[in-house]
Design a protein around this ligand. Structure first.
Ligand code: UN1
Length: 488
């Protein structure tokens, strides 16, 4: 089947056509990755690091073209798209040196004339399944370290970013001079992917699954991997809170909430879900926040805008569904719905009728137990709730049961530390946005946001390698652990 990818900012513009494979395509790719893996692992890690270095340079040299394609295919504002491409380069920069480290340890033994060691070994073949909101940065978080560590890859990207995915594959394969089978792109729909993955796992062709996407699909992928005695690397949704304390710099908090809530039109896993603001500064914060939202530039993502269109029609449909979650005790600030001639927005940049443009929405008065407070809205809708003391704010922030990102705005270091200690999220920002993670710090969440796996930085190597312990006895006799322990 051929799918046509269109530009969400200009729905009549075709970005490209791509042929979708089926479950057999997936299994064949997994087989070739499986066959190529021993050869790739035999290449010395520093040489694999050099391939990663070359990929980084090629991506850097093509950054603007790739970012333009990201903007065209998913409607992400160009500055954000360029930042996303930068994240691939950062990831390559970090891991190219890891090829010369990939350290193990030397460990003392409890017996004389014996030495213990640890080595990292690649897991084998990795199936990477990624979302389309970060169609290039997030795949690189898996693919770069996995390749560096000696694994081969089958990559299934989102079906609404297929053209970007082909460009990414070409840059990686050509840039890194990767041998056949080391990195294969499979374009397929969800059902074919699931069947192909399941069969590949049954046949022992896939040793690790990395998945970024919704919590519901992540649970299915995790269960499938679990049935094969594997632990998937899961990076799922978020309902990320941003706490505004009485001592916060309110303008800074507004700026942070604006970017966290409406950057990528709220379609990041790290997007802001709810501002939890102290009751004493609620009115002041809300007035400034709603004014900033009204003044924000929305429109054509090739221009300097805060917010472009929704990434894909399926997210646009969900926006309408989320509006149905507004309860009678909520107060909606500003216009809602699709922007158009009959529902205009002041200062809109470009032609609203051409694309999937929706009003950014602020809903005041949400509280735990409300759907809008408890559930992820993958769209430009930010809730506002109030709290009285910090313990209550922390309990509210943890209430939805996700645990990806979080933020607190305060000028009181003690409050920041108490928040850090009490929040269940894997990532905490102090006086900064909930989104915008850097490529060398652990990235990942808890609860409904994932199974505790972490990406990025050195920590992700624990996903793509397994420890091998070696005990080497040079005493010339049988020394029995626990029984022949050396004497003082
Ligand atoms: C995601 O939305 O899946 O922290 C990842 C950020 C980005 C990554 C988000 N660097 O906003």
């Amino acid at each position: 089947m051929i799918i046509t990818s269109t530009n969400p900012a200009h729905l009549d513009q075709v970005v490209g056509e791509v042929e979708l494979g089926d479950a057999d395509t997936f299994v064949a790719a997994a087989q070739s990755a499986h066959d190529a893996q021993p050869g790739w692992a035999r290449i010395p890690a520093p040489v694999r690091g050099r391939a990663i270095a070359q990929i980084g340079r090629v991506v850097e040299a093509n950054a603007e073209a790739l970012a333009r394609l990201v903007t065209a295919e998913i409607g992400k504002p160009y500055a954000e798209a360029l930042g996303e491409v930068r994240e691939i380069v950062d990831t390559c920069d970090f891991f190219l040196g890891e090829g010369r480290r990939l350290y193990g340890q030397t460990v003392p033994s409890e017996m004389p004339d014996k030495q213990l060691f640890t080595f990292r070994k690649p897991v084998g073949t990795v199936a990477v399944i990624t979302a389309g909101n970060f169609p290039v940065a997030v795949p690189s978080w898996y693919i770069v370290p996995a390749l560096l560590a000696g694994n081969t890859i089958v990559w299934k990207p989102a079906d609404y970013s297929p053209v970007v995915s082909e460009a990414f594959r070409d840059l990686f394969v050509r840039g890194g001079g990767l041998p056949d089978g080391v990195f294969t792109l499979v374009q397929a729909d969800g059902a074919a992917t699931f069947e192909g993955l399941s069969r590949s796992l049954d046949q022992g062709l896939v040793d690790k699954v990395g998945f970024t996407g919704s919590s519901a699909v992540g649970a299915e992928i995790g269960a499938l991997a679990g049935r094969h005695l594997q632990t998937a690397c899961l990076e799922l949704g978020g309902k990320n809170p941003l706490v505004v304390t009485p001592s916060a710099d309110l303008d800074l908090a507004v700026e942070g909430a604006l970017f966290s809530g409406f950057g990528t039109a709220g379609q990041r896993c790290t997007s802001l879900g709810t501002v939890i603001v102290h009751e004493s500064v609620h009115d002041d914060f809300l007035a400034r926040f709603t004014a900033a939202v009204a003044a924000a530039r929305v429109g054509d993502p090739t221009e300097d805008v805060l917010m472009g269109p929704m990434l894909d029609a399926k997210f646009a449909e969900r926006y309408e569904e989320y509006l149905g979650w507004v309860a009678p005790h909520h107060k909606v600030h500003g216009a809602t719905g699709r922007i158009g001639a009959d529902n205009p927005r002041d200062g809109f940049v470009g032609d609203p009728g051409a694309g999937l443009y929706y009003h950014p929405v602020v809903v005041d008065g949400t509280r735990p137990g409300d759907r809008l407070f408890d559930e992820e809205t993958f769209g430009p809708i930010v809730g506002v709730a109030t709290y009285r003391d910090l313990d209550e704010a922390i309990a509210m922030a943890n209430h939805p049961g996700y645990g990806l990102s979080s933020a607190i705005y305060t000028s009181d270091a003690l409050e920041a530390f108490r928040f850090r200690d009490g929040i269940s999220a894997g990532m905490v920002s102090v006086n900064n946005s909930t989104s915008g993670a850097e490529a060398h710090l652990p990235f990942g969440g808890n609860g409904k946001s994932g199974n505790g796996s972490r990406q990025s930085g050195i920590w992700v190597l624990d996903q793509f390698t397994r420890w091998q312990s070696v005990n080497w006895d040079y005493s010339g006799r049988l020394q029995k652990a626990q029984m022949d322990v050396g004497e003082l």
